[in-house]
Ligand binder design. Structure first.
Ligand code: SAH
Ligand code: SF4
Length: 456
């Protein structure tokens, strides 16, 4: 029996796929890269943008035919909104939330996903499934699932549920094992890593002074955190410290930091430990306070810029990236210009720009999606140009400087990798370097990548 895995979406979905692979391998299935050869197709979906959902429908017509022809089994999991779940029901034999992964063998046996409704999974059952890592030297390690922030545009709190942190001992143990096996780069994953551990008894919610924690605008200040007891409870900086003192030669990255929850303690921790890389992904989403308010992002531009100054002050070689949504409901041209100004001033090293799309069931889905598609596209393009200038300027300052690099692949006389700050870099090389650290002098730059020469 062969299975085909189709992953849409972010690093979290990729990480999910490594756990799904374990379950299917243990059942005796073998993975195939040829979709048409598969007896089982499992889709890990992304619901963050409509485009990702449409890609599933695009492929599903073919699958429906194969199902009729040779009894193909189709399975859907990952991030799926209720709205899409109903629409996709006729296409998929099984649909289940990722937290119920351990039940997949029984679902396959029964050819029914009823068990998911009848026996809800305990909080952290999902983490009990060990991943089958895609790479020997890079690994994603989820430290939490779900999200409590309820940004008004976002599907995640609905598809993944409340935020649950993984036990610190378990995280540290997984990383220690990976490092022992030669893993060089660990990326900690969470929708908001900064609030890691806030659901543990004995860990206080580290909020900016005088701020009240209101997650859901309609929940009237209700504290949506359910505390639970774990061994050695700790917050995110505490977890990082435990990882950073593990023996071995490796780097640690983490995504994503919510700017409202980014503490001084975290910034200082990153600056202090050599293994913690200076790459900080700090999504701003919009450059106008009124849009941020409508988005329920909780911070103001002033707060964001103050956090950023602190990052740059304590981590001088920091590399900053961000996420931005253009054309959010009610975003005026004047609002957008504020985003342009902010992006110009901050000079990000990288950014992921998304054109707003309504997600059914979110708070903003009740508001008119009033920015026309062509205007969203224009804003996207304008912002890209501004970003490119800033990133190029930053990269030009690296000319002639040495960079630590982890090489990822070798192709046609070149080795490609990432700097410690997560910038793409390539060097000419006659030997294979993938999986190794190296030192490189930067000799050429473009906005999104560097070239250099290996220092021997
Ligand atoms: N937890 C992360 C992001 C998760 S979703 C954070 O808070 O930053 C990844 C990115 O997708 C978001 O940062 C946002 O820029 C984008 N996104 C989310 N919902 C969207 C929507 N409805 N339309 C367009 N982009 C969206
Ligand atoms: Fe979505 Fe906001 Fe949570 Fe990020 S912090 S996952 S954008 S709700």
């Amino acid at each position: 029996m062969k299975y085909f895995l189709q992953v849409f979406g972010c690093q979290m979905n990729t990480s999910d796929s490594e756990r799904v692979a374990t379950v299917l391998d243990n059942l005796g299935y073998r993975q195939t890269k040829a979709e048409s050869q598969a007896d089982l197709i499992l889709v890990i979906a992304c619901a963050v943008r409509q485009a990702a959902v449409d890609r599933i429908y695009g492929r599903a017509v073919k699958w429906a035919e194969w199902r009729k022809q040779h009894g193909l089994v189709t399975v859907l999991t990952g991030c799926v909104l209720e709205h899409d779940r109903k629409k996709m029901r006729p296409i998929f034999d099984l649909i289940f939330p990722m937290k119920d992964l351990k039940k997949l063998p029984r679902m396959l046996e029964d050819r029914s996903d009823d068990i998911v409704k009848n026996e809800p999974a305990p909080l952290d059952e999902y983490f009990e499934v060990l991943p089958r890592y895609n790479s020997g030297f890079q690994a994603y390690v989820p430290i939490s699932t779900g999200c409590n922030k309820f940004c008004t545009y976002c599907a995640v709190p609905f598809t993944r549920g409340r935020e649950i942190s993984r036990e610190p001992d378990e995280v540290v143990e997984e990383i220690a094992k990976l490092v022992k096996k030669g893993c060089k780069e660990i990326t900690l994953l969470g929708q908001n890593v900064n609030s890691y551990g806030w659901d543990f008894e004995g860990v206080s919610l580290n909020l900016p002074k005088g701020k009240v924690l209101i997650y859901k605008p309609d929940a009237k200040g209700e504290l949506a955190v359910q505390k639970r007891r774990v061994k050695s409870p700790t917050n995110f900086p505490g977890l990082l410290k435990r990882i950073a003192v593990l023996p071995g030669d490796f780097w640690v990255r983490f995504i994503t930091s919510h700017p409202y929850d980014m503490s001084d303690e975290l910034i200082k921790t990153v600056s202090k430990y050599d293994k913690l890389t200076p790459y900080i992904h700090l999504p701003i989403q919009a450059g106008s306070d009124s849009v941020l308010k409508k988005m329920n992002r909780l911070y103001t531009i002033e707060h964001y810029l103050e956090r950023l100054r602190k990052v740059r002050q304590h981590i001088p070689d920091s590399v900053i990236s961000t996420d931005i949504i253009v054309g959010f409901a009610g975003e005026t041209k004047a609002d957008f210009e504020k985003t342009v100004d902010l992006v110009r001033d901050v000079k990000y090293d990288m950014a992921f720009i998304a054109q707003y799309s309504v997600r059914p069931g979110t708070i903003a889905s009740d508001w008119k999606d009033n920015v026309p598609a062509h205007e969203k596209k224009r804003r996207d393009e304008v912002l890209n140009e501004v970003l490119k200038h800033g990133a190029y300027e930053n990269n030009r300052r690296l000319l002639g400087w040495e960079q630590e690099v982890l090489f990822e692949k070798d192709k046609k006389g070149f080795s490609f990798g990432k700097t410690k700050g997560f910038k793409n870099i390539r060097v000419p090389s006659s030997v294979k370097l993938a999986g190794q650290f190296g030192r490189v002098t930067v000799t050429e730059v473009s906005p999104w990548s560097l070239s250099g020469e290996l220092i021997r």
